[in-house]
Design a protein around this ligand. Structure first.
Ligand code: MN
Length: 235
């Protein structure tokens, strides 16, 4: 039976491949670097926690190019969170840490854009974070680099600058829950599937952007992305 109408499938380009990686789900890890947890008012190693964004929150950043995202409605404090993104390539549940690598298709650079004012209000009220995190065009992402071409990623530098000024600058080995641990933990609660993306958390230095700002970030070995903040969408 055919559909009433067509829905576009969010997809991410893959380095060295003319086929794209279709996106099924976007999982995000909260407070996964110690210094960022501290700047958010928390300390210590707590169990990982997760939130999600819809697949169509993806914004593709072309290699060597710049994507533009609108300043989102309903917020006056929109933050950048530069993150290592893991692309899942194999179905699995209850994955052991030592097997996690088999489930990784590749890695990309992403930004978990956040309406911080709404997230904080919701957090304080004990309500879900969707309005703060899962909004339209809140998940810019660069090209996926296949895992076989991304050796050493677990210690790579991760950084982002806004208008040329460095805001976040850390290394992936400072993750509280590293990539295998995150996959193991998440897969106890959700069966992971090819097409799932995991935004693994952001280091310290999150901060606000305004219309006209240009974000420029990267993870060594995965390339760089440029994302410009446009005016508020008239829609
Ligand atoms: Mn984040």
């Amino acid at each position: 039976m055919s559909h009433l109408f067509e829905l576009p499938v969010a997809a991410v380009p893959v380095a060295g491949n003319d086929k794209t990686f279709p996106v099924r789900r976007i999982y995000c890890v909260g407070r996964n670097y110690v210094e960022h947890a501290q700047e958010m008012g928390f300390t210590g190693r707590e169990p990982p926690f997760f939130f999600a964004k819809p697949a169509d929150a993806i914004v593709n950043v072309p290699p060597g190019g710049t994507a533009t995202i609108p300043y989102p409605p309903g917020s006056s404090n929109v933050h950048h969170e530069i993150e290592l993104v893991v692309a899942i390539g194999k179905r699995g549940a209850n994955i052991a840490e030592e097997d996690a690598a088999q489930y990784i298709f590749g890695y990309a650079v992403g930004i978990d854009m956040t309406r911080r004012d709404l997230q904080m209000e919701l957090r304080k009220a004990g309500r879900p974070w969707e309005l703060g995190k899962a909004y339209d065009q809140s998940a810019p992402i660069g090209t996926i680099v296949p895992a076989v071409q991304a050796s050493g990623i677990e210690k790579a530098r991760i950084w982002i600058a806004v208008n040329g000024e460095k805001r976040q600058d850390s290394t992936i080995d400072k993750l509280i829950w590293n990539v295998p641990e995150t996959i193991a933990y998440l897969s106890r609660y959700f069966e992971l599937h090819p097409g799932d993306l995991i935004y693994t958390g952001t280091p310290a230095g999150v901060g606000a952007v305004v219309a006209g700002d240009e974000m420029h970030g990267g993870v060594d070995g995965l390339g760089e992305i440029r994302v410009k903040v446009g005016a508020a969408d008239a829609a």
